[in-house]
Design a protein around this ligand. Structure first.
Ligand code: SAH
Length: 252
């Protein structure tokens, strides 16, 4: 085997990924108030280091978002846990994610819902995401390449929808594609700063709730931001608002 063919594990012989993951769950997630045993268990089971580029594997369990290529990022572990928790999944859900990226958030969701459809705009990311999830055995996730600000009408309605990128306003098609009793969680605000919004559809009425401040990369497309919104350097990274000082800003 030549040097080029080394796996991420060979590149990081000193990293005990399982230990790093347990510590991540305890210190970054449980200690900050996510208490659902099912969510904590899912976070403890998904090998986050398999979802980042090999050179970032040693940082995979750090308290920060990381670059995944294509100018995009895998969200901070806490943010993934908070968004997942906010959907109150019981295992029966037909779920839609917008912004598949690396597939990490979809993998976490797939352990807590019946099936996940994730839509990714960038063809290369969508292909890599599909292949990675299949290889790792997350077989109840379907990766679709497309413009997810329009939702994914072909498989609607959904019991839960999670948007992994920030929108200027709640995209109406996503609300339309929610089933009765369905939950939608989406970061809404400017390209620099958003609030995590949860909407619950009950009896045709929508209950809106503001959960926390956050920073995500922009949702592009019809109900997102114009292309180029990500080029200003101001875009966020799937980060919780607090507790990020002292961390380098991940950039491509
Ligand atoms: N959930 C991902 C985070 C990805 S970052 C993970 O766990 O890794 C947000 C993703 O949203 C990026 O991959 C970006 O390409 C994608 N995206 C942006 N606008 C989109 C749109 N309109 N439809 C689908 N995906 C979009």
């Amino acid at each position: 085997m030549n040097a080029e063919a080394k796996s991420p594990i060979d590149l990081n012989p000193h990293v005990d990924f399982a230990a790093a993951r347990s510590e991540m769950v305890a210190k970054q997630i449980r200690a900050r108030g996510v208490s659902s045993a099912r969510v904590l268990d899912a976070m403890a089971r998904v090998p986050r280091h398999e979802f980042v580029p090999p050179e970032s594997a040693a940082s995979a369990y750090f308290d920060e978002p990381l670059p995944i290529g294509g100018g995009q990022t895998i969200s901070q572990p806490l943010m993934v846990a908070v968004m997942t928790d906010s959907l109150a999944l019981n295992g029966s859900e037909h779920l839609l994610e917008i912004g598949g990226g690396s597939g990490y958030q979809a993998a976490v969701l797939s352990l807590l819902a019946r099936e996940v459809v994730t839509v990714e705009l960038q063809p290369e990311l969508a292909r890599a995401c599909r292949q990675r999830l299949r290889q790792l055995g997350f077989l109840n996730v379907r990766v679709e390449e497309g413009e997810g600000s329009l939702g994914w009408p072909a498989s609607a309605p959904y019991d839960a929808i999670l948007v992994s990128a920030s929108a200027p306003a709640v995209p109406p098609p996503l609300v339309e594609q929610l089933a009765e009793g369905g939950r939608l969680v989406v970061p809404v605000g400017s390209t620099e700063q958003q609030d995590l919004i949860r909407i619950i559809k009950r009896g045709g009425l929508m209950a809106h709730e503001k959960l926390s401040a956050c920073r995500f990369v922009p949702l592009l497309g019809r109900y997102g931001w114009p292309a180029g919104a990500n080029d200003s350097g101001a875009a966020g990274h799937g980060d919780s608002h607090h507790d990020t000082s002292g961390h380098g800003t991940p950039r491509e």
